[in-house]
Design a protein around this ligand. Structure first.
Ligand code: T5A
Length: 210
């Protein structure tokens, strides 16, 4: 029995997801929701954090195969959903997720070229009918997002992918978001203040309707 709600923030590297997760959590708290939990994927459990390191750093002498990467991401997600997210929702907490399954559809599907049928079967096997209640997709051009990441320091394994890879990821995100009424597209190229205002508006409107 689910009492809380699951809100997910998605987007390319440097889109501002972590920043927006904080804004959403604050907006929910100000709206009177007593427990708001923030999660990130991959991560958020002991297993998930170990897998995150592996996914972000790779192995010194062995390239990670696309299907191996996919299965690691789902192992992390299964652990997080069952151990953290579902129990939180069942006790009435609201969960704000920094990435969830849409990332896999975009990165492993659009970016790596894994067939949609494979992704859908795996998603159904691992998650069943479990889905977010609302997803905010922060849209940014790969060049701009990576420029923001570069200002922060060095690139990890995923961030070293080509611009073409991230263009495919963005195209898949946009295609999926356009098709799904539960995904709201937010332009992430505005100033922090403009985005904060927009997020507040989206959350207020959504809360009034749900
Ligand atoms: N992955 C993940 C998959 O391939 N498949 C999957 O299924 C999943 C779940 C995870 C990696 O794993 C991959 C995708 C990723 O490569 P991550 O840490 O979740 O890594 O993702 P990143 O996208 O790398 O996280 P980042 O921290 O780089 O980006 P964020 O969270 O989008 O952005 P944020 O808020 O940290 O901001 C980035 C920088 O921009 C500035 C911030 O201050 C910060 O310096 N910034 C702005 N600057 C100007 N204007 C604004 N409006 C700004 N907003 C933020």
């Amino acid at each position: 029995m689910k009492l809380g709600r699951f809100i997910v923030i998605e987007g390319l590297e440097g889109a501002g997801k972590s920043t927006v997760c904080g804004l959403v959590a604050t907006a929910l708290t100000q709206a009177g929701i007593s427990e708001v939990l923030q999660t990130r994927e991959p991560g958020g459990t002991q297993l998930g954090e170990q897998l995150r390191l592996l996914i972000q750093q790779g192995l010194p002498d062995e390239p990670l195969q696309a299907t191996a990467e996919l299965l690691l991401l789902y192992a992390a997600r299964a652990q997080l959903v069952e151990q953290v997210i579902k129990p939180a929702l069942a006790r009435g907490a609201w969960v704000v997720g920094d990435r969830h399954d849409l990332s896999t559809q975009a990165y492993q599907g659009g970016g790596r070229g894994i067939a949609e049928q494979v992704l859908n079967s795996l998603r159904d096997a691992v998650l069943g009918p479990f889905r977010p209640d609302l997803t905010l997709y922060l849209d940014i051009s790969p060049a701009k997002g990576l420029q923001r990441v570069a200002q922060r320091g060095s690139f990890d394994r995923m961030e070293q992918e080509s611009l073409l890879f991230f263009q495919r990821v963005r195209a898949r995100y946009l295609a999926l978001a356009t098709d799904d009424p539960q995904i709201v597209i937010v332009s992430a190229e505005h100033s922090r203040a403009q985005i904060a205002q927009q997020i507040q508006q989206i959350i207020t409107t959504w809360l009034s309707r749900n």
